[in-house]
Design a protein around this ligand. Sequence first.
Ligand code: VGL
Ligand code: ZN
Length: 197
Amino acid sequence: MSHALLVIDVQNDFCPGGALAVSGGDEIVSPINALMSDFDAVVLTQDWHPAGHSSFASSHDAEPMSLTQMPYGPQVLWPDHCIQGSQGAAFHADLNTDAADLIIRKGYNPAIDSYSAFFENDHSTPTGLEGYLRTRAIDTLTLVGLATDFCVNFSAVDAAKLGFTVHVRTDLCRAIDFDGSLKAARAGMVDVGVNLL
Ligand code: VGL
Ligand code: ZN
């Protein structure tokens, strides 16, 4: 069986200077590159929203970082970020994208956000990543990237629930840490058997 490195959303908008900058987001790029050759497969994810996406505060006349109710549950409203084809949606220029076996995009459905690399935020619409990993006999995942408390967290929890062995290298992640989100995310990951390293 095989072990994949899952690199979550190392994109310009989540790095310093970006639209939804995560403090220290750029610090993890070189060490992630250095890790890639240790794995049987490398998968990158890319947050990839159409303009006017329903997760944007600007689409609701609301303040960024406020909370709204969506048909699928509560949703944080974000500043506009990772708009398809924009410089903000591009990977950090130093990320070794040449080493990727697969780049999976998410958040392209205008009506549903997608933190997880496996399911949209309705927790039922698949991205296809599970099938890709299973058909390649990958049973173990190490996650790194941005942001610890949102996309890394949701991806790790879904992967564990799907039966993968999941490790999160928290030293190679950075968090948004909004309203206790990091503490809750850590507890939620540990609860479903994710190994926090
Ligand atoms: C993310 C908020 C909105 C993330 C993506 O990559 O953690 N967070 N979209
Ligand atoms: Zn997003």
